[in-house]
Design a protein around this ligand. Structure first.
Ligand code: NAP
Length: 330
């Protein structure tokens, strides 16, 4: 298995002349903002499916040119990044294939890699470098207004170049992502899909499940679920607010790896269920102590804030009403 950490380099002259972004939502618009801020491309051409998003991209000044079609957007581009839902990437590749410049690099940002390699690869002509990528960074918000230049800073971007991809093309794209602040690692697409199934896809499935279950519980009213959500539920609601189209596509495209991880998860859930049923406090305590250490590890490597309650700001204590308050007259 090929897995290498790529070290950070200094910001330098533009790495690419013309970046074409197909899809300008959270991820596409964040790439546009960061690439502009870092000066890593000379020119940005953007396109989005809907006239409304194209208009908004122009209003926000996210690109030098807003193209009307995918084919027009990629003409002359030496870097093309497809930033649309996983299920739409194959069709986009089919459209742009005949219009790509020889020597161009084509990449994407999809959260699943094996399915994208299979869907896009066959449409890309000889002489074009295909370097699929997944920036492991995001929020629950969508659309061109949701993006920000710092989204990728300190986050990982995983490259999954198919066997035989020119190393220089891979390294150039790695340099692009490092310039946007990301740490870059390369691995085979199948390995990516297995790792992300447990670190991202399963947690989203659990959040979608638990939020749906709480909503449907007859004996707990909807207002009580919302009112007492700080007990843990609200942290799941953030994940469960993620884009439905994106996540539908992720589960359809990474079916095998997700089902494999779900099998393991079911077994572990059964173990905890048994411990609760038997009143086995030792088993519960040991399990929770192990998971707490995992959280500390994530904070230690800088992948989350050590601030309590995920760094949320908290309300001030209100002054006590008169009969309870200590004052200088008492
Ligand atoms: P987003 O904010 O919803 O933006 C989606 C973009 O894709 C929009 O430009 C939209 O165009 C376009 N689009 C939607 N459906 C399409 C279709 N059927 N055909 C062509 N274009 C279509 O989404 P996003 O969060 O940026 O996600 C984009 C990609 O990034 C996905 O593949 C996702 O897996 C990946 N990703 C997301 C995250 C995250 O946290 N959100 C993190 C890492 C990777 P219109 O607005 O014009 O309709």
């Amino acid at each position: 298995m090929r897995r290498e950490a790529v070290t950070k380099t200094q910001k330098s002259a533009p790495l690419f002349d013309r970046l074409a972004l197909i899809g300008v939502g959270l991820i596409g618009s964040s790439i546009a903002r960061a690439a502009r801020a870092q000066g890593v491309v000379r020119e940005i051409v953007a396109v989005s499916r809907s006239p409304a998003t194209r208009r908004r991209v122009a209003e926000l000044g996210l690109a030098d040119t807003v193209a009307e079609t995918n084919a027009a957007a990629v003409a002359g581009a030496d870097l093309v990044i497809v930033c649309v839902p996983v299920g739409a990437c194959g069709e986009v590749a089919r459209e742009i294939g005949p219009h790509l410049r020889s020597g161009a690099t084509v990449s994407d940002v999809g959260s699943v890699k094996g399915a994208i390699v299979r869907a896009m690869g066959p449409h890309l002509p000889e002489g074009v470098h295909f370097v699929p990528a997944h920036p492991v960074a995001g929020t629950e918000h969508s659309g061109p207004d949701a993006g920000f230049a710092e989204l990728f800073v300190g986050r990982w971007c995983i490259l999954t170049p198919p066997e035989g991809t020119a190393p220089a093309a891979v390294e150039r794209l790695a340099a692009f992502w490092r310039a946007l602040g990301a740490n870059v690692e390369s691995m085979p697409a199948a390995h990516h899909d297995l790792v992300l199934a447990i670190t991202s896809h399963l947690p989203h499935l659990i959040a979608y499940t638990i939020v749906g279950t709480a909503d449907e519980l007859a004996e707990v009213t909807r207002s009580e679920v919302l009112k007492f959500s700080a007990g843990g539920f609200r942290d799941f609601t953030r994940i469960a607010a993620s884009d439905p189209t994106m996540w539908r596509d992720v589960f359809l495209a990474n079916k095998d790896a997700v089902l494999e991880m779900l099998g393991t998860f079911d077994e572990d859930l059964a173990k905890l269920t048994r411990a609760i049923r038997r009143g086995d406090g030792k088993a519960l305590f040991e399990h929770f102590a192990r998971t707490r250490a995992i959280r500390r590890g994530i904070v230690d490597i800088g992948q989350d804030s050590p601030a309590p309650d995920f760094g949320r700001s908290h309300a001030e204590l209100a002054p006590l009403p008169r009969p309870y308050a200590a004052s200088s007259d008492d």
